[in-house]
Design a protein around this ligand. Structure first.
Ligand code: SME
Length: 195
């Protein structure tokens, strides 16, 4: 289940120039959709190479955050919040320093974690309880991450562009997270509450 948070309906052309119109029927829209698919295909290829000989959790999720932050357009933050007890604790990320701890249910990250579901926020200012880490953020997408059906944490992406993320982004990044977790060993201590 995905949760889309409605907002004040930003103009259709306010979305990313690079990724705008992925569902349209025109030639330009088809071109944008193909370009977007090609970006995700390249990211999947790079991720397979990065994790081919490496199963370390910290190494792999660090590279994942860096790969997506550097490979996707119009992001100002990308990274992990990892479950510790009833909190999400900041993990590897790219972007400005962020809040270190988010209780389950708080903000966009805590909502996605509590629901174990993707949350797409076209306009963060319209999301009740949104936690501001970077004033530049306008839209956000948070995806739950699982290892063998066990919830591990969330992957959070922020953009300075309104309505930056759509269902194609969600589906493709969910696939990348599955690929990441398939080749990564999660230490048991990660899942335990802090002492
Ligand atoms: N905006 C998030 C907090 C994390 S930062 O965006 C990096 C939230 O509302 O949960």
């Amino acid at each position: 289940m995905n949760r889309h948070v409605s907002d004040a309906a930003p103009p259709a052309n306010s979305a990313s120039q690079s990724f705008d119109g992925a569902h349209g029927a025109s030639g330009a829209d088809a071109g944008a959709a193909a370009a977007k698919a090609a970006i995700y295909d390249r990211l999947a290829h790079s991720l397979r190479e990065l994790i081919a000989d490496q199963t370390d959790f910290l190494a792999n999720i660090s590279n994942f955050a860096a790969l997506l932050f550097s490979g996707l357009p119009d992001l100002n933050w990308a990274g992990f919040y990892l479950l510790r007890g009833t909190d999400l604790v900041l993990g590897p990320f790219q972007g400005k320093p962020a809040c270190a701890c988010i209780p389950l249910g708080d903000g966009v990250c805590g909502t996605a974690a509590l629901q174990r579901a993707a949350v797409l926020v076209p306009n963060v200012h319209a999301f009740p309880g949104h936690i501001v880490c970077d004033e530049a953020s306008r839209s956000e997408m948070v995806l739950p991450m699982f290892k063998d059906a066990t919830f591990i944490g969330v992957f959070d992406l922020d953009s300075p562009v309104l309505s930056r993320f759509d269902d194609i982004d969600r589906a493709r990044i969910e696939q990348l997270l599955q690929l990441l977790m398939t080749g990564t060993v999660v230490p048991q201590f990660r899942l335990a509450p802090p002492d």
